[in-house]
Design a protein around this ligand. Structure first.
Ligand SMILES: [Zn+2]
Length: 370
């Protein structure tokens, strides 16, 4: 195994442990690590995307819904620093306090900025489904620990060795500068992750909740799709759907839970809403339902193929092999290119097939670690 191969494997392991997402991870390094970009989705509704934290982590989307009576945030990205950058943007857009932060699900890349909003607005309510609060408190912290304590520090050491070897080999200055910049970004990410003060929901709901605020109606809804506590939002007047990681653009992401049959039911349900905009958990907003429909078609097709394989007496390993052989066809029909195939396999197909197969045998439990 080459050093690069070993490094890549380690990187994948870290990403799985930390539940990082990045469709861009294997496609090249971006220079503006952890940079927050604001885009207007509709009047008073803004999306904040965060660029990758080096090559070890990715921040989820955050959304601000501005009303005359205060701001409602949906998720806070992955680190205190990106939460702070988002808060600075929100302050430029509205002179009202943030009154609610809705947390979509327990994966760290969506709520690492919570503490910043608590510090700035001590009375802010953190709202999520009761199951999600439970997972944030009792699963997320344990899930993240090995990455922070071992995998990420190990990867940083590996990067340092690679840099030292590159320096010894008289690698070009431009190449060295790129490596140093990446290492600095990865070190800063670890520092950020260690500076997180876990800030959990202090308000929960079981079926649904509706906020009536400053003339807006904000429906907060529950699904069991990527996690058992998925919390998403629909604005009926503005026809805006904010999905969290139930939808991830451009490559679906199933690591860290996933309930294939109910996920498909959820996508069908989302497809019934009137839509002017869909804001996914990662990636840009969509202004039609085509990406949602492509996800639904893909998920249904993979589940149908798992069912057929199992009905033909194939074991889990045989089913995985059969479906992985079709990965290229699934990805192409979904609209992805060859370069997306490794991420499509690792972050979606392998996990989804595994979970779908088990789900056909017995109901999946709520704990993604068990
Ligand atoms: Zn995410």
């Amino acid at each position: 195994m080459t050093r690069l191969g070993r490094g890549n494997q380690l990187q994948v392991a870290i990403m799985e442990v930390l539940v990082c997402l990045c469709a861009l991870a294997t496609h090249g390094w971006c220079a503006d690590y952890g940079k927050v970009t604001t885009s207007k989705v509709a009047e008073g509704v803004y999306l904040f995307t965060t660029s990758p934290y080096g090559d070890v982590g990715f921040g989820g989307n955050s959304v601000a819904i501005i009303t005359d009576e205060g701001v409602v945030m949906f998720d806070t990205s992955g680190t205190p620093a990106s939460g702070q950058a988002i808060l600075s943007e929100v302050r430029k857009l509205a002179d009202k306090p943030v009154v609610y932060v809705i947390n979509s699900h327990w994966h760290w890349d969506h709520w690492g900025g919570n503490q910043v909003f608590k510090a700035a607005f001590p009375n802010v309510q953190f709202l999520s489904h009761a199951k999600n609060r439970d997972l944030m408190m009792n699963v997320a912290v344990a899930w993240n620990a090995p990455g922070l304590e071992k995998d990420l520090p190990d990867y940083l050491n590996y990067e340092k060795q690679q840099l030292a070897m590159a320096e010894a080999k008289h690698t070009s200055e431009a190449e060295l500068a790129k490596k140093r910049e990446l290492l600095a970004a990865d070190e800063s990410f670890l520092q950020q992750k260690r500076s997180v003060t876990y800030t959990f929901p202090n308000a929960t709901f079981s079926e649904s909740a509706t906020l009536y605020l400053g003339g807006r109606e904000i429906r907060v809804l529950h699904a069991r799709a990527i996690t058992p506590g998925d919390t998403y939002v629909y604005l009926p007047k503005e026809k805006i759907l904010i999905t969290g990681d139930i939808l991830v653009n451009p490559i679906p992401f199933a690591v860290g839970g996933s309930y294939p049959q109910e996920w498909i039911e959820t996508l069908r349900k989302l497809n019934q809403f009137e839509i002017d905009a869909i804001i996914p958990g990662h990636g840009e907003a969509e202004h039609d339902r085509s990406y949602l429909e492509r996800n639904l078609t893909l998920f249904q097709r993979v589940l149908t193929d798992v069912k057929a394989a199992k009905a033909n007496g194939l074991s889990l390993d045989q089913t995985k092999k059969e479906l992985m052989d079709k990965a290229g066809a699934y990805a192409t029909d979904f609209g992805l290119s060859e370069k997306d195939l490794p991420d499509f396999k690792n972050y979606f197909l392998l996990v989804f097939v595994n979970r779908a197969y088990h789900e056909l045998e017995k109901p999946l439990g709520d704990n993604p670690i068990s």
